[in-house]
Design a protein around this ligand. Sequence first.
Ligand code: ATP
Length: 252
Amino acid sequence: MTLAVNNVDSGYRRIPVIKEIDFTINYGEIVGLIGLNGAGKSTLLKTILGLLTPQAGTITIENKSILDNHTDYAKKIAYIPETPILYDELTLQEHLEMTGLGYDIPREEIMKRAQPLLELFRLDDVLNWFPVHFSKGMKQKVMIVCALITNAKVLIIDEPFLGLDPLAIRDFINLLKERAANGSAVLFTTHMLSIAGDLCDSYLILSKGELVGKGDLEDLRTQFKDPEASLDDIYIAMTEMETLSQAEGTER
Ligand code: ATP
């Protein structure tokens, strides 16, 4: 099993935001994590990354948790955050070199892996630039290139398409498919359901911190009792369930 999340509760200051989260992802799979604003998607990703400690349950990659060996665990994951995090005083080239150091990539190998990605994203002419000169989309592309030069077998990506132009979105989708075909597991959040439909093998539907659906579209159709439903229909059904439970909560 690549990534196993077993009955996890997690949140901030001991208050659980996500509850009893349970799923597994295998190598080769692309899984979309879907839910309304505030559902707990980023909280779940941060917990898998080890930035938050589970309040209950366990998370393992290849049967090893972060507690077994923090460095080994971290090297198995590459993360692309919702908002690009770059160092003001490092050039693009230095960002790549720093990533290479973190993942034990030999120096000569770093640029070999990065070059085609830099060309694809039109960053090959700006290797000596500092982040202050990058547009929002360029910063996002730098994060993508840094993640994709690693050997990490698990890619965790938080809302990756915001700020990317349509060409970059298409190229990034193809890269993720290629990465999965070569044996990586990909878990990403998005509000762009049409992209999710094109990209995902399966889905995790998160509502108010709880998993209310998981599996491929057929599984979701069964779980939401609608044999014809599209992903959009399932999303709407999920939001209606939320509204209903909120109204019931207010009445009580
Ligand atoms: P979005 O789609 O808007 O990115 P999300 O599904 O990623 O939302 P989270 O960011 O995981 O949602 O937030 C889930 C809940 O946790 C929200 O109620 C939010 O207020 C709360 N929360 C998020 N970050 C913190 C924090 N640092 N401290 C306290 N509460 C937080």
